[in-house]
Ligand binder design. Structure first.
Ligand code: PMV
Length: 309
């Protein structure tokens, strides 16, 4: 008996850092990369096989997989079954530490795999189970990664809000995104701390940047719904300027952003926490997305993803 759980990566289109301070994050699933968990029935304790860590999943599982263990054990508890008799083989095309949601996606794939292995169709419960894994791995994440990855649609996410229809952001036209990875692991904690320090040291400038990011996130959501790619692109450029003011951009990110803009991107910015990680750019159409992929040849990895109404 086998069952396979799958989950996509994610990107933050606009709103990173603003979401930590009461704003909205406009997040998209990013299925160009994904995580897969194959559950195989095998006698003995519940085990994980993965490139980052392999061993028994229980309360003593060490940090690289402690979050996955927490989510897996909670899933078995939800099913009212003992956590034994399965091996989970985990694989992901999502680079670790790139800000593309690898930890939330691997947890979601594992939870889905366990549910499917027990004949249960995964539903809304996956979000809360993934959040357990994210808390064990990252302390107090906003929860946007787990939410967008489990919903699998663009969402307008605010911290502490439960999912309802109003969070779903329908895609008003075909949008083509290109994502480039600097190859430098992004450091969420360091970036969030840098923004907090900036707020303490230069409250007026920090407040202005933060409010601008929050407004741009809402503008981008409205433009995405309306299918207005030019307006979405303008929001991306505007958000990048504010993220630079906040001090979370880097020369590596800006080199890629400039390359995308020089190649005619409608807009480009860093995505995720910054201080490394990825940038994204909006193309005019699918052919232009291929041109942007070529223009981003300096990136460690480049992906493209089309979003359709
Ligand atoms: O790079 P990521 O996916 O960890 O993005 C973090 C986004 C922040 O807004 C900076 C933090 C958060 O928890 O939302």
């Amino acid at each position: 008996m086998t069952a396979t759980g799958v989950a996509p990566g994610k990107v933050l289109l606009v709103g990173e850092h603003g979401v930590v301070h009461g704003g909205v994050a406009f997040a998209l699933p990013f299925p160009a990369v994904e995580a897969r968990a194959e559950l195989r029935a095998e006698p003995g304790p519940l085990r994980l096989e993965s490139p980052i860590w392999s061993g028994i999943l229980d309360a003593d599982t060490p940090p690289p997989a402690a979050g996955l263990a927490a989510a897996a054990l909670a899933t078995f508890a939800l099913l009212d079954r003992p956590a034994t008799g399965w091996v989970a083989h985990l694989e992901a095309s999502i680079p670790l530490g790139a800000g593309l949601g690898s930890s939330a996606a691997t947890a979601a794939a594992l939870v889905r795999g366990i549910l499917l292995a027990h004949g249960r169709v995964p539903g809304d419960e996956v979000d809360a189970l993934v959040h357990l894994a994210e808390q064990a791995a990252h302390g107090t994440p906003s929860g946007v990664d787990g939410r967008v990855i489990t919903v699998g649609q663009p969402i307008a996410f605010r911290r502490g809000e439960t999912l309802d229809e109003t969070q779903l952001v329908p895609t008003g036209a075909v949008f083509n995104l290109v994502v480039g990875y600097t190859g430098v692991t992004r450091r969420t904690q360091v970036a969030v701390a840098r923004v907090t320090a900036f707020k303490d040291n230069e409250p007026v400038a920090a407040h202005a940047a933060m409010e601008a990011i929050k407004a741009l996130a809402w503008e981008a959501i409205a433009a995405w719904r309306a299918g207005d790619a030019v307006a979405v692109g303008t929001c991306l450029d505007g958000a990048q300027a504010q993220l630079e003011r906040l001090g979370v951009s880097t020369p590596e990110l800006e080199t890629l952003i400039r390359a995308a803009r020089d190649a005619g991107a409608l807009g480009a910015k860093l995505t995720g926490a910054g201080m490394g990680g990825c940038m994204l750019a909006l193309a005019r159409d699918a052919t232009h997305a291929d041109e942007l992929v070529r223009a981003l040849a300096g990136a460690a990895t480049v992906w493209k993803q089309e979003y359709r109404p």
